[in-house]
Design a protein around this ligand. Sequence first.
Ligand code: TYD
Length: 144
Amino acid sequence: MKMNEYPTIENSCRIIHLPKIHDPRGNLTFIQGQEHIPFTIQRAYWIYDVPGGEIRGGHAYKSLHELLIVVSGSLDVVLDDGIQVKNYSLNRSYFGLYIPNLIWRSMENFSTNALCLILASDIYDARDYLRDYTEFLNHVDRSK
Ligand code: TYD
């Protein structure tokens, strides 16, 4: 397969601005159906109570797509497509970071009480994970 058949950060990852309903009683943001994100949500999970200095993620998926929302607090998401590495600092509850399959990602620099909600395109499947970075590079045909 050719290199350009695989997703790259530049052509596939992006910040999605979610609706924000301003209200003096408190703001509200929502996601519905496939209006805001390019996949059907099959699963939601969230990461919280992360001790200072810990790193989560550190893998890619063969086929899963995700939207990552830092609902509260802040953290950095480091994306790597095998060629380019890009850091996204997230600290707004109305921004979602869309990450398709075959992008290596890790989450770090969690603030105290950071809450990260992840919407996923499929149910959990351990076989969909690429946990070894060299295996990931081979998978996307970008071994160096
Ligand atoms: P994992 O995705 O490996 O997190 P990280 O890459 O940050 O270490 O998930 C950690 C554990 O939680 C792993 O044993 C699998 C389990 N898990 C589920 O059972 N269901 C899920 O939806 C997710 C995301 C993880």
